[in-house]
Design a protein around this ligand. Structure first.
Ligand code: NI
Length: 225
């Protein structure tokens, strides 16, 4: 499932983070690329140990659990510390699939079930730079307002088209979900959204209590804590 999640940050908060990030020292983006994607990648990134990157990363990690939509859709178990990239002057990232396993800077590793891109530049601040994500229904073009995030299965082939004007700053990261299978996770998300709507319309109806039980029993069956 590909899902756009609006307003993880307000436009003002996103602009503050972007301004702080622009002051930092950027390096060649191939530092985090695997062998195959290193050939495809042309952009800049902040080093993982950059103090500004870590500070902004912490802000993102604190903001994510505030979004009910994010928590319901991702069911996160472990989130990789957010990274930051920058595309300018024709830079791009050709088609690739993200690495399946990522080493955490703190030790240990995560399986990448979901990939996230959080936009920090406004769409009118750059030309091109669309994130194109393939799924069974074709390619989806994503270019979101600053502060909004897209969540998509890490199994997806994706690319960033050349940024032909301006500057595109984003955060990107991966997470391991409690529910590994995208189909199962999508069913749980749909059920949760439908229960929420019913609760708003009907209040604490007995049938909703039963449905909530079904949700939790499926989660118990499918989750791998
Ligand atoms: Ni990627």
């Amino acid at each position: 499932m590909l899902l756009e999640i609006p307003e993880i940050f307000t436009p003002q908060q996103a602009a503050e983070m972007k301004a702080a990030l622009l002051q930092a020292e950027w390096v060649d983006g191939r530092v985090t690329a695997g062998h195959q994607s290193a050939q495809a990648k042309q952009n800049r990134q902040l080093p993982e140990n950059s103090p500004v990157a870590r500070e902004c990363g912490e802000r993102i990690l604190k903001a994510l659990p505030q979004s009910g939509l994010f928590m319901s859709a991702a069911l996160p178990q472990r989130v990789f510390p957010p990274l930051f990239n920058r595309y300018e002057g024709g830079e791009h990232f050709h088609n690739h699939v993200d690495n399946a396993i990522r080493r955490l800077p703190t030790g240990g590793q995560i399986r990448t079930d979901l990939s996230c891109t959080l936009f920090l530049s406004e769409p009118d601040e750059y030309e091109g730079g669309e994130l194109l994500i393939d799924d069974t229904y074709g390619a989806h073009k994503v270019k979101l307002p600053a502060g909004s995030l897209v969540l998509y299965p890490s199994t997806s082939l994706h690319r960033v088209t050349p940024v032909t004007g301006g500057s595109r700053i984003c955060s990107f990261f991966w997470l391991q979900s409690l529910v590994r299978d995208d189909g199962q996770r999508t069913l749980l998300f749909d059920l949760d959204m439908s229960i929420n709507r019913l609760r708003q319309e009907l209040g604490d109806h007995e049938a909703i209590v039963a449905q909530t039980g079904v949700y939790h029993n499926l989660l118990r069956r499918w989750s791998e804590p």
